[in-house]
Structure formats: C-alpha cells, structure tokens
Design a protein around this ligand. Structure first.
Ligand code: FES
Length: 118
C-alpha cells in the first residue's frame, strides 16, 4: 500500500536505484520513471515518450537527461522538454523529495510545457 504524505507518495528507497539509472514505478496507475541522475539528484518523469509509447525508464541516463531508446530523443529531467528530434512535445515531470532515505513523488505535474497564456 502506498504511503501518502500530503501530496507526496512514497515510491521506493533511494538506495534501490543506482546512480545513472532509472526504474519504472506505477503510482496510482500512472507510469513514472524515477531517475537517479549521475549528480546524485532524483527526478520523476512520465514514463512514456511523447513521440511513441516507449518507456523512458528503459533508456540511458546522462547528465540531467534520459534518452528514449527507440529513436534517441533526450528529455530534460527538470523541464521534460525534448533536447532533440524526433520528439517535439515535452513529457510531464513531477516533484521529488528524498526523506529519510526514501523517494517520494508528487503526482501534480511540476511542468508539462511552457506557460502559453497570452
Ligand atoms: S519513440 Fe521516443 S523518440 Fe521516438
């Protein structure tokens, strides 16, 4: 059973994810890639590429990006924006907190795209 703390959901222990790798988590039926970046930070990004339905958690993690293994687009883990083609649409990213060695994710998207209000 998931442990709800405010809006944050406990996903796993930080030690469960090696640096430079990602794991897939299902949070309230939403697939989320939990990424342990090479700099030691944790990130959460919707685990489906915006180009086709490929899990980003199966791609390579490099710097602050994760690569879609199918066609090679990289997504910025802070903004969800693709850094190169063929993907052109961002992927939602979610706030992450590490508390007492556990990783918590808030399902309210941090960003999905730039504010386009005019
Ligand atoms: S499916 Fe991800 S870049 Fe094409």
């Amino acid at each position: 059973m998931t442990d709800h703390l405010a809006e944050f959901v406990k996903v796993c222990a930080a030690s469960d994810i090696e640096r430079g790798t990602a794991v897939r988590a299902e949070i309230d039926d939403l697939p989320v890639a939990i990424v342990h970046a090479e700099d030691g930070e944790f990130y959460a990004i919707y685990d489906v590429c915006s180009h086709a339905e490929v899990p980003l958690s199966e791609g390579d993690v490099e710097d602050c990006t994760v690569e879609c293994w199918l066609h090679g687009s990289r997504f910025d883990l802070k903004s969800g924006e693709p850094t190169g083609l063929p993907a052109t649409e961002p992927v939602p990213v979610y706030p992450v907190e590490v508390r007492d060695g556990d990783v918590y994710v808030c399902l309210a998207p941090k960003t999905t795209q730039k504010d386009s209000r005019s």
